[in-house]
Design a protein around this ligand. Sequence first.
Ligand code: F6P
Length: 536
Amino acid sequence: MRDLATAWTRLEAVAQAAPERRIDSLFDIEPDRLARLSLEAPELFLDLSKQPWSLADLDVALDLARAGGIEAAREALFAGDVVNPSEDRAAQHAALRAAKGADFKAKGEPVSAEIDATRAAIAALAGAVRSGAKRGATGKPFRAIVHIGIGGSDFGPRLVWEALRPLSPQIELRFAANVDPADMALALDGLDPAQTLVVVVSKTFTTLETITNAQVARDWLRAALGTAGDTHLLAVSAAPAVAQAFGVPADQVFGFRDWVGGRYSVWSAVGLSCAIALGAEAFEEFLAGGLAMDDHFRSAPLDQNAPVLLALAHIYNRNGLSRPIRAVVPYAQRLRLLPNFLQQLEMESNGKQTTAHGAPVARATAAAVFGDAGTNVQHAFFQLMHQGTDIIPVDILAVAKASEGESANQPKLTANAIAQAEALMVGKTEAAVRAELAGQPQALIDELAPQKTFHGNRPSSFILLDRLTPRALGALIALYEHKTFVEGVLWEINSFDQWGVELGKTLAVRILAELEGGAPGVHDPSTTSLVTRLKV
Ligand code: F6P
């Protein structure tokens, strides 16, 4: 561990020089900069040359990765060792997307046969629903699915559906997550219960929001179809008995295991609604993309390893340059939910102040992530990105070839993606601005020139997909999963637990009881006043 501490100290020391130099000038003094900092990974091209590190700094960052034991940690992850010690669990999401007949284990227990069986059951159900072989209680084919879940039981499937829905207009998929009744009302609006499947997804099957919404959906089905409405219920859970007790027919409950973390679960039966709505072939392609990235992560040398380099670029900004925020901007409307997905993946995984051994962390951990689709964000927060007082690193994503029917606009989109990355790095000098203003009164030029100057030197990572296919989406999500894992290893935290979400849940249950007439609890004056105000 002393090696790791030394490696951290070196990284933090070399990064101190970065603000004093220009990223764009590094291309002049480092002829192989672009070659060393860009790479082809499965389904995507990654360019990290607009990050503030020099190539010498990159070597220091790679030393940090080695000192942090990334290679051994990676092997432990794929071997199914306990990498989530506070819950005594493996994190074996890679097994879910392995080739059929693989031999993965979780804590020594073979898991691949069960995974293959679940994948076959998902494919069979998806095929039956899509072909009309499986119909509703009144004999009509299913036309819609309402997916109920929250957090990891929602973000992944929602992202996958939004990204890939043009593939399959046959079945509409809607989502409800929030306990706000408005969310369920919108999800059910205009749907025919006789032609709707409800998929309730909850690892624990105890989550307040999900169970509340599932009850609403069950009542909605029963009101139209009587008790036969329950045959339109499907469940996905690591607690199948609880799902059955809720009323889901036993043969419509799909399981997954506790070694699948919620935010890593889209590859499991949690993706069932997507498999039905998009087709099992598309879902299998999505899994294959994840597998391709797993193979790359496991086999590529660290200096050509996309998840490792993406993590190190982030760490350089986060720890070397104390930058607490990162933006994610997909120049693809269909990827607009990627930032939401990454908020849970990165902030729930790595928003930790204690190491996996219970000691205070030695340095800052996950940055806050925000973002939305380009070009929209250029008309929202990009002013601050270019000229604000904080430097915010950004992941810019683009798709080279449009899906059918969108192609005429695609160059406008990609041109903006490239232009923003260039503008952030290169900026526009005051001299150039003054030259443009020449001829205006000098006092006006003096006033305007600084306001129109872009200092630039603002970092970005660029991720380019060839097309937004199921396979490319799978590779992209797995890229970010492994990036998150690498960061967690270097920060010495457990990326697979989430104790920080528990306290609020417990307090909400107590406060709900008080709001509904229960005995007043002991709170601070502010909380007491709010409870009193809202008591029914
Ligand atoms: O947000 C907290 C959390 O525990 C997440 O980790 C999880 O993805 C989400 O709640 C939903 O949990 P469940 O799938 O058990 O309903």
